[in-house]
Design a protein around this ligand. Structure first.
Ligand code: BT5
Length: 334
């Protein structure tokens, strides 16, 4: 959303503030207090409804704000995340090609930008890992976070695990659903993927220049809307499909960003071992039969034994014969 539009929306919203849920305010009074025309009032009401505010309107009485928004609108996030270092700036878009592309372009254009959260209500060209596509219709939570973290190079391989932990914890906190992790960085419910993570890093010899964390959560959409478009659709779910109702995407976003800050601080303070051991506590694929799929290699079967301190998966491919896998995907036999 453009900053000037955003400011007008915030001002207009403030007019409702003290009367929430009680009195109607006439269109005429709103127009006078906001210094705008009656038709502009109507436009603002429509915009607020689009941002998830529930507003009653009754002819002759005017408007009444019934319910606050549960969408991750920037003014709400800024208010809630005042002291959160990973969210210094919020860029909110109704539609983006990919929040990852937007965040990467901010990273390249503004060397000082740090803690920039880019959120889009939908993406038309959402990206997965290895140039795969990520379906991102309205109702999901699609965000990218640009950070310039002070992380030593040896820890870089565990950074995606930090993001997966933050998303897992946030989903569990907001929904109570039993949420598990699958190597390398999928977030699962009942063996189905509910969220994916993409990390783009620009690094120099011994330090990270920037990292862009892309997080996609199938929140308030039905898994059945994704199924026809995903080859392995048995393995996909959404929070709404699991719960039977919508989740508060604003609270979920706040929680993800707070937890991302927490786990990044933990990584800096205590190193990568604590991240991997916490990740393993929440993984549900260790000890199970898996198939490993890697680019330009034949699929291999084995048993997932462990994840080492660098985040590589240790797989027993024959009795006593372990291999180390540091890229690719796995499918798990549950
Ligand atoms: C991922 O890739 O899991 C990383 C997804 C990251 C998406 C976020 S959204 C915000 C930010 N902006 C972006 O453009 N991207 C990030 P990967 O492990 O490669 O999984 C991709 C595969 O999952 C696809 O090839 C499909 O098979 C499947 N897939 C596509 N859309 C899906 C969805 N919405 N839910 C579950 N699976 C999906």
């Amino acid at each position: 959303m453009r900053k000037d539009k955003e400011q007008i929306t915030i001002k207009f919203l403030a007019l409702f503030g003290s009367d929430r849920g009680q009195n109607f305010i006439s269109g005429q009074s709103l127009a006078k207090r906001a210094g705008i025309s009656r038709s502009a009032v109507w436009k603002h009401i429509c915009r607020l409804r689009k941002y998830g505010y529930e507003i009653d309107s009754i002819r002759g009485l005017g408007y009444r704000l019934v319910n606050d928004t549960q969408a991750p609108v920037p003014w709400k996030l800024q208010e809630r995340l005042k002291n959160c270092t990973v969210a210094n700036e919020i860029v909110y878009m109704e539609s983006a090609i990919s929040t990852q592309i937007t965040a990467l372009s901010i990273a390249n254009k503004r060397p000082e930008a740090n803690g920039v959260v880019v959120i889009a209500e939908k993406q038309t060209g959402g990206r997965g890992r290895l140039k795969r596509k990520w379906l991102s219709p309205e109702g999901g939570l699609w965000l990218s976070i640009l950070l310039r973290p002070r992380i030593a190079m040896p820890s870089i391989t565990v950074v995606p695990f930090v993001a997966a932990l933050a998303v897992r914890d946030a989903i569990e906190e907001e929904t109570g659903l039993d949420t598990r992790l699958k190597w390398p960085n999928d977030v699962m419910i009942s063996g189905r993927k509910v969220a994916g993570i993409l990390l783009d890093v620009s690094a120099e010899a011994d330090s990270i220049n920037y990292a862009v964390f892309g997080i996609g959560i199938n929140a308030n959409l039905d898994a059945s809307a994704l199924i026809p478009r995903i080859p392995d659709s048995q393995g996909v779910t959404s929070l709404r499909s699991e719960l039977g109702h919508n989740v508060n995407r604003l609270e979920l976003t706040v929680s993800i960003l707070e937890k991302l800050e927490y786990y990044l601080n933990l990584l800096t303070a205590e190193g990568k071992y604590v991240i991997i051991s916490t990740w393993k506590k929440h993984a549900d694929m260790l000890g199970r039969k898996i198939t490993i799929m890697q680019v330009n290699e034949a699929a291999k079967k084995g048993i997932a034994i462990d994840v080492d301190a660098d985040g590589s998966l240790i797989v027993e491919v024959q009795p006593g014969g372990n291999i180390k896998v540091n890229s690719g995907d796995i499918s798990v036999r549950y």
